[in-house]
Design a protein around this ligand. Sequence first.
Ligand code: NDP
Length: 318
Amino acid sequence: MQVVMFPSMEESHTKCLIIGSGPAGYTAAIYASRAALDPILYEGLQPGGQLTTTTVIENFPGYPEGVDANQLMADMRAQAVNLGADVRPGYVTAVDLSQRPFRITVDGSETVLADTLIVATGATARYLGLPSEEKFRGMGVSACATCDGFFYRGKDVAVVGGGDTACEEAVYLAQLCRKVYMIVRRNVLRASRAMQERVMKTANIEMLWECQTQEVLGDAGGVTGVRLVRKDGTVFDKPLDGFFLAIGHEPQSGLFKEWLATDAEGYILTEGKSSRTSVEGVFAAGDVQDPQYRQAIAAAGSGCRAALDAERYLLSKI
Ligand code: NDP
């Protein structure tokens, strides 16, 4: 007897499914809508993406005075919706790319069938991996100064890292806090010259060069300090109220590792200048495929490319 499978009641079918609601996802939705692909976009756990954890964006073209990051993301979302994108809350929990259309599971239950898939899941902050850091996460340990800095007004904090993010966060925190230490593992900053100069000009930022964090210290009330080890082996403690991580990001590609080729760090590999992944009909955009530039405008541009690639792919199948 032949068993015929009918789609369940919850199943919907789209020409283009977009996962992620940062600049890449929304821009892909804008372009896919205009190309009449009737895209469905799932927003994920952090609607608006990483930018919603920051304040003012000064380097997104078109805003001479800068733009509030949350407003920028709300505007991108509204633009996508106005053009016809079906923007839905929901977290994609599984993908099956072995069959066409692709099967995407949302929130563990709902299934959506998609002819093309645009992965724009972004990246998240990296932690040092210390048990003490995990223990005090949310109790003085944070990876977002602009989200949590407010709680440390007039207090002493440290920022780990020497990149642009660390410098930006240190300068931001210096406006609120009494003292900001930058814990830098080398004797140089990786950050751009402009950011380095801003750090050096800020009186209440103190550099702790060639230092690594051994342990985050704390009690029932949260973080009380940090134990550091210098390159020469000297171990010392710094009393602190807050401990901020700014040591880079990890691509959110775990869901796709079984299906898509990634580099050693988990960034999804794309073909040449295109957004094509190792699976035909699946495209990647934004920080999940970009270890290098990781800027809102770069992500938006790659979202545009992914939608154009999806459109061309569908046309090639007619
Ligand atoms: P980066 O990768 O540039 O810098 C990470 C920093 O963390 C480095 O100083 C690195 O040290 C340090 N680090 C990494 N792992 C550890 C560890 N285990 N212990 C201690 N320190 C560690 O990340 P960012 O998030 O700063 O920046 C990412 C990208 O985004 C960059 O291209 C940056 O230019 C860009 N950016 C641009 C901004 C802007 O233009 N306004 C703002 C913020 C970011 P080491 O140097 O020794 O490797």
